[in-house]
Write a protein of this length. Structure first.
Length: 78
């Protein structure tokens, strides 16, 4: 886990929070001693009803087109 000093947190708080928003966990230190952790929050759980609603709005998948797309990016010789 990367550390950030209290001074850096105070002076560059926006940059520090931006790092956390991008998934980084940070240890906050004061005089070289760890005093706190900053980490991203877990996303709120999605209800079953919302998952069903989202599923109903997904486009149909063409299996042949999907296979073609996969074959175009994966080397089948391995």
């Amino acid at each position: 886990m990367t550390s950030v000093s209290v001074r850096d947190l105070r002076n560059r708080g926006g940059d520090v929070i931006e790092r956390v928003l991008h998934g980084e966990s940070l240890t906050v230190t004061r005089d070289g001693t760890a005093v706190a952790e900053l980490r991203p929050l877990r996303p709120a759980p999605v209800s079953t009803a919302e998952l069903v609603r989202r599923r109903r709005h997904l486009p149909d998948v063409d299996p042949e087109a999907l296979r073609s797309d996969i074959d175009s990016v994966i080397d089948q010789r391995w």
